[in-house]
Design a protein around this ligand. Structure first.
Ligand SMILES: [Zn+2]
Ligand SMILES: [Zn+2]
Length: 801
């Protein structure tokens, strides 16, 4: 008997599939195109992480399932190889990112090929290759021409370690998304994409796209639409007005002070005041995280100015404090007794407070009015002039109407979403295709001159001066103005790596088209993507940017759809002993070891077995052994396989049940329970030896999980062709409804056999079945009973004389 040798059969089939181009799809001629996309990896030096394997296998199983259901499945794979992450690693290793990237991609490709996935390697992309980034630059130019890319000076997030600015989305809880260093704010001139112009559309389409709910919620929160009111506070003895945005204008009557962010334009006019200047300088040293943090002591300084509360007409002091942030609202707020931070600040600087909202609960209201409790909820207005007695919700509308009538404010919708900061003061990215001419101003590089090649430089390290290392490369910087042919200078920043990945799925089906980023007909056939599976951590980064880019491309007339991914499913995380895997904890599972010891099929199936795809699960070395045992058992079943004399009805019912269960589970990405059902079905083989069809069904249903093993067993069972070319099995719904009954078979009144049959079995079928049994047959040499008594579903009595 042969032993299950995973190494032998996995190498064997990988070779055959590669040679036969088994997974190749004719992108031009496919009849039922199905675009199955997974998030392409950035090729790290550590190689494939088990988390990558989890995501890719989960997606590949979906692709295989769709393929067996008759779709032409396109499943590409590529490399997100530009960006800070790759560059930081190269710096650490003392290598050049270009060399490092090439090496990493070679390693990654080898590992990816071991997975046994449907990848179409003829349609791969590498974002750091000029033939790809030429089109990333093209995309920048289209956005520029559409008025969606602009350069402006703004306070921006700066990572002191990466020495570059970052987009708001790349600051996670005040820290750099790439290196976890706390970011600081800087005032710099930068390139932005106007994603805010699309805020409402990005929000609205969430109502119909079929995405994981938690990802939609994250996008909704990030876009953060809120309806509110702006109020103009007149500044006493000054030409200035302070505009404040609030969603709680019902508390305006009790506004007893104004707070300006240190970056507020009015503060600039006060810079001659030494104390103010010093305070502003200190505030700018702080990180946004520090400034926003609850519980940290608030600091501030009186500006010397007073403003008029438009409702109470009282003169109220204007303070400068760093808990007001210039990036949010208008960079100014009014302080009152119904906001915890305001109350804390007012207490510290002895600013009076006037409560204006009560709840109707006598005891509670006494505390509120005596300032012993800061009530932040909705209630009823008090001490609010003619608005007293209104509910908060009524007052929000009435006060707004009053302000509009008096010309002191208006209704306003605001968003948390900010424009996408796209420039990076780094080396490893596509140079932004812009030229500056003294005479002609800002000139886009003509499309025929793309790509603007990233020059080879020895010292690629970030400078920290606010300029990219490219600024030091004279041969790159000095150029000719495309308009006047006079001397001009190139933009030296590169674009954010998230721009590379914002459109890669457009390129995959069109890689053979050299003179356009994506072919119109090809794109129409294959996009939008049918299914996208990837990490939820990209909810407000990649997944938001791709939606914006797709909408913009539609508006510019390049495509006809505006949502890139019809279906998106977020996968869970794989942990080890309940904790997140990390190098510092030393608990990283290296898939390479397991490829050797257990094989790709076992890793694939085990990863999918440990939990529903959306939830992930915990890796354990004990668990993987269970899958090995399952596969060995299957192997041995095949080695000992003999066609049984009769088909077991019980197993046939189980077969139908299993098809139903596995089909439904695969549709819902509940791979774990599908595998459990297949194990259970195969356990039935011990009791009732399977027919070839019953065995084949197991192989077909298991093939998306264990493509090599099932292919090998398929052939060994004497089947022709490939298990992967088989149609997905269907089940007989009727067979599921019926349970098995035990039919007692008597000969001449004595029990001779018990048969498992379906309850609906007819007399004729029952007799025929009974006469096939050895124990019965011998009584009827002529093959014909003299008399028959049949009690449906219970008893069959055959009389031989
Ligand atoms: Zn950083
Ligand atoms: Zn010029």
């Amino acid at each position: 008997m042969e032993r299950y040798d995973h190494q032998k059969i996995e190498v064997k089939w990988a070779k055959i599939w590669e040679k036969n181009k088994t997974w190749k799809v004719d992108l031009a001629k496919a009849k039922k195109p199905y675009y199955n996309l997974m998030m392409f990896p950035y090729p790290s030096a550590e190689g494939l992480h088990v988390g990558n394997v989890y995501a890719f296998v989960g997606s590949d199983i979906h692709g295989r399932f769709a393929r067996m259901q008759g779709n032409d499945v396109f499943e590409p794979m590529g490399f997100d190889s530009f960006g800070i992450h790759s560059e930081n690693f190269a710096i650490k290793q003392g290598t050049h990112p270009k060399e490092q990237t090439t090496k990493n991609i070679t390693h990654f490709t080898k590992q990816l090929k071991q997975l046994g996935s449907l990848f179409d390697w003829e349609h791969s992309v590498t974002t750091s290759e000029p033939e790809y980034y030429k089109w990333t630059q093209w995309l920048f130019l289209q956005l520029y021409k559409a008025g969606l890319a602009h350069k402006k000076e703004a306070p921006v997030e700066w990572c002191p370690s990466c020495k570059t600015v970052l987009a708001n989305e790349q600051v996670i809880e005040g820290k750099c998304e790439r290196c976890s260093t706390e970011v600081i704010q800087k005032e710099l001139e930068q390139w932005f994409f106007k994603i805010t112009k699309y805020a409402d559309r990005l929000l609205k389409n969430l109502e119909w796209i079929d995405w994981s709910e938690k990802t939609k919620i994250a996008q909704r929160n990030w876009i953060g639409r809120s309806e509110g009111t702006t109020i103009k506070f007149k500044v006493v003895d000054s030409k200035y007005e302070v505009e404040v945005f609030t969603t709680r204008v019902d508390t305006l009557y009790g506004a007893t002070f104004i707070v300006l962010a240190p970056e507020h334009p009015i503060v600039d006019s006060l810079k001659n005041v030494k104390e103010v200047q010093e305070y502003v300088e200190r505030a700018k040293q702080k990180t946004e995280l520090d400034r926003k943090a609850e519980g940290k002591e608030k600091t501030g300084i009186f500006s010397g100015l007073y403003a008029i509360n438009p409702l109470s007409e009282e003169k109220i002091p204007v303070w400068i404090a760093d808990y007001a942030l210039i990036g949010y609202g208008t960079g100014a707020l009014f302080g009152d007794a119904h906001d915890e931070r305001d109350v804390e600040f007012a207490r510290k600087y002895s600013i009076p407070l006037k409560p204006t909202i009560i709840t109707g609960d006598k005891e509670k209201d006494e505390k509120i009015l005596k300032l012993k409790e800061c009530f932040i909820g909705y209630g009823t207005l008090v001490n609010s002039g003619s608005f007293t007695g209104l509910s908060s919700k009524e007052a929000i509308i009435k006060v707004r109407e009053w302000l509009i009538k008096k010309g002191r404010g208006g209704g306003k919708v605001t968003y948390h979403l900010r424009d996408w900061l796209i420039s990076r003061q780094r080396y490893w990215g596509p140079p932004i295709p812009i030229i500056y001419c003294v005479k002609c101003g800002t000139i886009p590089v003509p499309e025929k001159d793309l790509p603007v090649l990233l020059p080879d430089v020895e010292d690629f390290r970030p400078t920290g001066t606010g300029k990219s290392p490219l600024a030091l490369v004279t041969s790159f910087v000095e150029t000719t103005c495309p308009e006047c042919k006079g001397p001009a200078k190139r933009e030296t920043d590169v674009s954010d790596t998230f721009l590379d990945s914002a459109w890669y799925f457009f390129r995959y089906p069109s890689v053979e088209f050299e003179d356009e980023p994506f072919d119109k007909i090809r794109t129409k056939k294959w996009l939008p993507v049918d299914m996208y599976i990837g990490g939820h951590e990209h909810a407000v980064l990649h997944l938001l940017y791709t939606r914006f880019v797709t909408m913009a491309l539609k508006d510019m007339g390049h495509i006809e759809f505006e949502e890139p991914f019809l279906k998106f499913r977020a996968h869970g995380l794989i942990t080890k002993e309940g904790t997140k895997m990390s190098k510092s904890k030393g608990n990283v599972v290296n898939p390479d070891e397991y490829f050797k010891t257990h094989g790709a099929d076992t890793i694939r199936t085990y990863l999918m077995f440990i939990g529903p795809l959306a939830e992930g699960g915990d890796w354990s070395d004990k668990g993987i052994v269970g899958i090995s045992r399952f596969f060995n058992r299957l192997w041995n079943f095949q080695e000992n396989f003999k066609v049984p004399k009769q088909e077991s009805n019980e197993l046939e019912v189980a077969r139908n049940q299993t098809i139903k269960k596995v089909t439904e589970d695969l549709e819902g990405l509940r791979y774990n329970t599908a595998i459990a059902a297949l194990m259970e079905y195969s356990n039935g083989f011990l009791k009732n030896p399977p027919t070839k069809e019953q065995f084949n069904t197991l192989l077909i249903l298991l093939s998306p999980f264990a493509p090599h093993l099932t292919e090998e067993l398929w052939g060994k069972l004497g089947n022709k062709g490939s298990v992967h070319e088989q149609p997905w099995p269907t089940y007989d719904a009727k067979a599921l409804e019926e349970k098995i009954v035990r039919l007692v078979v008597q000969v001449n009144g004595r029990v001779r056999d018990i048969l498992e049959v379906s309850p609906g079995i007819k007399e004729k079928e029952a007799v025929a079945l009974a006469l096939k049994q050895e124990k019965i047959k011998k009584w009827f040499p002529t093959g014909k009973p003299k008399n028959i008594v049949f009690v449906k579903g219970k008893l069959l009595n055959l009389v031989s004389y």
